[in-house]
Design a protein around this ligand. Structure first.
Ligand code: SF4
Ligand code: SF4
Length: 336
C-alpha cells in the first residue's frame, strides 16, 4: 500500500472547543511536537508518502513550527497541506498577511474546517462567516488548492454558509460525518448502532498516517487515536525518526491492506460468529470507523484475522504455483 499524506499533529491546543472534536482539543489542551521530532518524522517518512499535512488542534497557534514544516515539505519535493479553523482570519488584512506567509513557505493546499459546532460553541467569537470569507478571499487569487471541510448532516446554518462561500471563492466543499470519538463520543451515545447500517467498501483514509504530540503514530488520521497497543492502527515507534520504518512495516500488514482495499465490513464478515457478536456489542454507532475500531481494538479478533489472511495469502501463493505449472505444461505442449 502506498501512503498518501503524513499528518503532523503539531499541537493539541485550539482556541475553539467544538463538541464533536475527535482530538479533544481546546485552549486548555497541552502537548506540542518539537521541531526535532517533526523534522525527524518528515525526513524519515519522505520516501513513503506523497505529502505532509500540518494539523492539530489548531496548527496556526504554533506558526513558526507550521511554516517550518511546510518549508521542509516543499524542499523535499512533497506536497504540503494544512487544516485550520481559520480563527486567525479576523480581518481582511490579517487574513492576507497569514495567507502570504503560507504561500511564501510553499503551501499547496489550505483546508478550512467550518461547521455548526464551530458556530455554536462558547468560543464562537473566534470563527464565523466573517473569518471564513476573509480567509477564502485572501487565498482565492493564490495557486493554492482550497477546501472547506464541513462536518455534519447538512441543512444547518453553517452548511449554507460553507456551501455559498465555497462556490463564491472556487473552493471544494468536503462533507464528513460526526464520529463517536473524542468529545464526539458524547454525541454518539444518543444514536443507535446497527451493523446492518455500517457502510461497505474500502476506507480511503487508512493511508494517511498521523504523528501526535505524544509521539504516538497511527496509520490513519481519522479516529485511530487512542487505539489499543495491540491494534494494527497503532504503529510502533520509539522516536519520531522511526516513522519511515514503521510505515514500511505497516505497508505490508494484511489487516491494514484489507481495510484499504476491502474495508472494515469485509473484515467483519471473516470473523467467527463469537468474535462478530463481541465486535457488534462494542459498536459506538453505525459508522465505518466505529466498526473499524471495534474490530482492531479487539485483540482476539485481530489474531483471528491475521490467521485468516495468512491462510488466504498462502492459498494465493499455492494457486499461482499451480497456475505456473499449468501454464508451463501448456507452453511445453505447444512446442512439441
Ligand atoms: S477547530 Fe477542530 S481541532 Fe479545534 S476544537 Fe474544533 S474540531 Fe477540534
Ligand atoms: S475506517 Fe479505520 S482506518 Fe479508516 S479512517 Fe476509520 S478508523 Fe481510520
Amino acid at each position: 500500500m502506498r501512503y498518501n499524506t503524513l499528518g503532523i499533529h503539531l499541537t493539541n491546543a485550539c482556541p475553539l472547543t467544538c463538541d464533536h472534536c475527535i482530538t479533544d482539543s481546546s485552549p486548555r489542551s497541552r502537548g506540542d511536537l518539537s521541531w526535532e521530532q517533526i523534522e525527524g518524522a518528515v525526513r524519515s517518512a519522505a520516501t513513503y508518502v506523497d505529502g505532509v499535512c500540518v494539523t492539530g488542534g489548531e496548527p496556526m497557534l504554533r506558526p513558526d513550527l507550521a511554516l517550518a514544516t511546510i518549508r521542509l515539505t516543499h524542499d523535499l519535493g512533497l506536497r504540503s497541506s494544512m487544516v485550520t479553523s481559520g480563527y486567525w482570519a479576523r480581518t481582511p488584512a490579517k487574513a492576507a498577511a497569514v495567507v502570504a506567509e503560507l504561500v511564501a513557505a510553499g503551501l499547496d493546499k489550505l483546508a478550512v474546517s467550518f461547521d455548526q459546532f464551530h458556530l455554536t460553541q462558547k468560543t464562537a467569537r473566534f470563527v464565523g462567516a466573517g473569518t471564513l470569507h476573509h480567509l477564502l478571499e485572501a487565498a482565492a487569487p493564490t495557486r493554492m488548492e482550497l477546501v472547506v471541510q464541513y462536518c455534519g448532516t447538512g441543512g444547518d446554518e453553517a452548511h449554507g454558509i460553507a456551501e455559498s462561500a465555497a462556490v463564491r471563492y472556487g473552493a471544494r466543499l468536503e462533507t464528513a460525518e460526526v464520529l463517536p470519538f473524542g468529545r464526539g463520543a458524547a454525541l454518539a451515545r444518543r444514536r443507535d448502532a446497527d451493523m446492518a447500517d455500517v457502510p461497505t467498501g474500502p476506507c480511503g483514509v487508512v493511508g494517511r498516517p498521523i504523528l501526535t504530540p505524544e509521539v504516538d503514530f497511527y496509520t490513519c488520521c481519522g479516529p485511530a487515536r487512542g487505539a489499543t497497543v495491540h491494534s494494527p492502527l497503532r504503529l510502533s515507534i520509539d522516536s519520531a525518526a522511526q516513522a519511515g520504518s514503521a510505515l514500511a512495516a505497516a505497508s505490508v500488514d494484511p489487516i491494514i491492506n484489507s481495510i484499504h482495499t476491502r474495508g472494515p465490513r469485509a473484515l467483519f464478515d471473516r470473523l467467527s460468529s463469537e468474535a462478530r457478536q463481541r465486535v457488534s456489542r462494542n459498536l459506538r454507532d453505525s459508522s465505518m470507523c466505529s466498526l473499524c475500531r471495534a474490530i482492531t481494538d479487539d485483540e482476539e479478533a485481530v489474531s483471528e484475522l491475521r490467521g485468516e489472511l495468512d491462510r488466504e495469502a498462502l492459498r494465493l501463493v499455492a494457486l499461482s504455483g499451480v497456475l505456473h505449472v499449468a501454464q508451463d505444461e501448456e507452453v511445453a505442449r505447444c512446442h512439441r
